[in-house]
Each structure stands twice: as structure tokens, then as C-alpha cells.
Design a protein around this ligand. Structure first.
Ligand code: MG
Length: 367
């Protein structure tokens, strides 16, 4: 099987809640998502999606995804998309770094692999654990009172895991964590995600201020070294996200006992192939994972579901249903949240069928 054509689409994904706010005054109102279609000489097409969390979250931005794909696409014409090791080696040899650029292309290859063998990606990644898995809900940054009020709203949608966007001033963040924690019920999980927003001394103050609260601390500071200092001085369970961007960073963190949980985002590490490598390593090492992506619509949500559903539940800390945050559906067949939980499609590949009327005409076509 050979790739004979690559189409790239751009789609806007507005948010039901109007905006999504996190540390450092960063926010997004409308997500700019990129969908790729790989066409093959076997008549099978595969789809992938990449959607950075704006341009200021990771070294990634939406137009950069499309520019990078235009750079890589000519190299992929004539390649067998089911040979994922070779595809990834070729992408890494053709374009150094830029993992997010490769994510949608790799995802589309997995979609083709599943369709070619008549199996859902979950099966190709080891099989489904149980009927479904639990999701977390991100609580956009706001006043302590309004963030606490959102817990009840999201619990009514079935969520029991809540990720609080923090990372501003120490007093406000301590107040946010206490206010939200007061709304928790037994079995609920609370994470305070600073998204690199605290300096080391601020993080130490917040950690001390919540030492008696049942809360996980996620990515308090910008650098790995700062996070490690905080980790070594707090009694709270610890999650690393932004600084975990490849397999080597997981190995380093494991060696330093730098985290209890990692946040594994598909595009941050370069696609499903590399995310699966990291997932399997973390299971072997005993590190739990939140499995998600930087953002996305139905296609990214489907990919998350396959990776998460094929992860042993004791190591799946949580996952995200991004398609419920946005107002636009870009594909049919994508998993939909039921009582705060999600299940991967049982259909071959990703199990989604893109809505051509939503994608429109390709912004780039390579033959
Ligand atoms: Mg995070």
C-alpha cells in the first residue's frame, strides 16, 4: 500500500464556554485545528488531527502545524502508511524536531493500519480494558468562588476528576484550591495545574498552603529543575506535563523520582506511535498517566480514546473528551462522553468519518 495523496484542512473549533483560561493570562476563544487526510492506492483514506493549545503553551502553533506538514508531505508520497516504524523514522530524518507537526500524519497512518486490518486501534495497541474509562474536566481559571461552583455543574455531567487551572498569585491559588476542595465528595480527584505559572518560591508557598488538602500538584514551574525542587519539598502527589515531551524525559524523571503521574499528550510527543511507546514504558515502570492531547475535536478525541482504552486502568489516571468542549463536530462516529466516561470505537481504525461539509476544501493538497 502506498500514500498517493495528502490533503490538509483547517477548521475552527469555538468553545461552549466562550473561552479557556490558564496561567500567565493565556487564553483561547476559538481553537485552530488542522485535519490531515492520507489517501492510498488501496482506496483507503486515513485521518489525523493536530490542534495546539494556542501559540503560547508549547513550542507549537496552528499555522506551524500546517507549514510543517507542507514540508513533510512530499517525503511521504509513495510510502507504505502501515509501516509505522519506517514512517516515523522517515519523518524524523526529513524534519528535525517539531513533534506536533508529525502527530496528525502518524495518527492518519494508524487509522489506515486499522482499516487495512479491519481492527480498531485499541486492538492494535493491546486491547480494551473494561467497558470505558474515566475523564477529567478542566476548570478554566476564574475566581475561587466561580471555580468551586463549576464543580457541581461538571459533576452533574458525570465527572469526578477535576483539574483546576491555577498558576497565578499565591494567595488566589491557595484560595482556589481550598474552595474547590470543599466541593469534593469521597472518591473525587482534584489536580491543581499551574501550567508552569509559578516561580519556584511561589510553588513552595502554594504547596505549603495546601499540604493538608487532597490535591495533586501539576507542572508548578517552567523548568524540570524547578519542578524537581518543589517535588522534593512537598507531601502532595506530583504530576509533570509540559517538561515530559519525549521518552528520554520520562526516563530522566523516573530516575530522579520526579513525579507520580505524567500527562501524556499525543501531539506533544509526536503522535500515537511515540505516545504508545511512552505509555507502555510508564506501565512497566508503574507511572500513571493522564492521556490526552493539547486540544482537538472529534478526531483527536477518538485517538485519545484508543490510547486510553488500551491502557491498564490502574495506570490510567484520567483522559479528556475534547469534543465535548467545542461547538463544532468534525466527524461522525467519535466517542461521546457518557456519565463522565468515554469508550473507544469498535470500528476499524479510529472509527470516525469526517464531515466533509465542515472540513471544506483542503488548504493544501500534495500528490
Ligand atoms: Mg497540564
Amino acid at each position: 500500500m502506498r500514500i498517493i495523496g495528502i490533503n490538509v484542512f483547517r477548521v475552527d473549533l469555538p468553545l461552549h464556554e466562550g473561552s479557556y483560561k490558564w496561567s500567565g493570562g493565556r487564553s483561547v476563544e476559538v481553537f485552530d485545528s488542522t485535519v490531515v487526510e492520507l489517501q492510498t492506492d488501496a482506496g483507503i483514506s486515513g485521518f489525523g488531527e493536530v490542534c495546539p493549545l494556542g501559540p503560547a503553551y508549547l513550542p507549537a502553533y496552528a499555522a506551524g502545524a500546517r507549514t510543517g506538514i507542507s514540508e513533510l508531505a512530499p517525503h511521504l508520497i509513495g510510502v507504505d502508511p502501515t509501516e509505522l516504524g519506517l514512517v516515523n523514522q522517515l519523518m524524523d530524518q526529513s524534519l528535525r524536531g517539531h513533534p506536533y507537526v508529525k502527530s496528525g500524519l502518524d495518527m492518519a497512518c494508524w487509522d489506515i493500519l486499522g482499516k487495512a486490518f479491519g481492527q480498531p486501534i485499541t486492538t492494535l495497541m493491546g486491547g480494551s480494558y473494561g467497558e470505558d474509562f474515566a475523564l477529567y474536566r478542566a476548570i478554566s481559571q476564574d475566581t475561587p468562588e466561580r471555580m468551586a461552583a463549576n464543580v457541581g455543574k461538571y459533576r452533574a455531567e458525570g465527572y469526578t476528576k477535576f483539574q483546576l487551572k491555577s498558576g497565578s498569585d499565591v494567595e488566589t491559588d491557595i484560595a482556589r484550591i481550598h474552595a474547590v476542595a470543599a466541593e469534593l465528595r469521597p472518591g473525587d480527584v482534584l489536580v491543581a495545574d499551574a501550567n508552569c505559572g509559578w516561580t519556584q518560591h511561589q510553588a513552595m508557598c502554594v504547596a505549603a498552603g495546601v499540604r493538608n488538602v487532597n490535591v495533586y500538584i501539576e507542572q508548578p514551574c517552567l523548568s524540570y529543575e524547578e519542578c524537581l525542587v518543589v517535588r522534593r519539598h512537598t507531601n502532595r502527589p506530583f504530576i509533570l506535563d509540559e517538561v515530559i515531551d519525549d521518552l528520554k524525559s520520562v526516563v530522566r524523571g523516573y530516575g530522579d523520582q520526579a513525579m507520580d503521574v505524567i500527562n501524556l499528550k499525543i501531539s506533544k510527543v509526536g503522535g500515537l506511535t511515540k505516545a504508545r511507546q511512552i505509555r507502555d514504558l510508564c506501565v512497566s515502570l508503574g507511572i500513571a498517566m493522564t492521556i490526552e492531547d493539547t486540544w482537538g475535536g472529534d478526531i483527536v478525541t477518538a485517538a485519545i480514546a484508543h490510547l486510553a482504552h488500551s491502557t491498564p486502568p490502574e495506570y490510567l489516571f484520567s483522559a479528556t473528551d475534547f469534543n465535548s468542549y467545542v461547538t463544532v463536530s468534525i466527524a461522525t462516529g467519535a466517542p461521546e462522553r457518557r456519565n463522565g466516561r468515554l469508550a473507544a470505537s469498535l470500528k476499524p481504525g479510529l472509527g470516525v468519518e469526517p464531515r466533509r461539509e465542515v472540513l471544506g476544501e483542503p488548504v493544501l493538497a500534495v500528490r
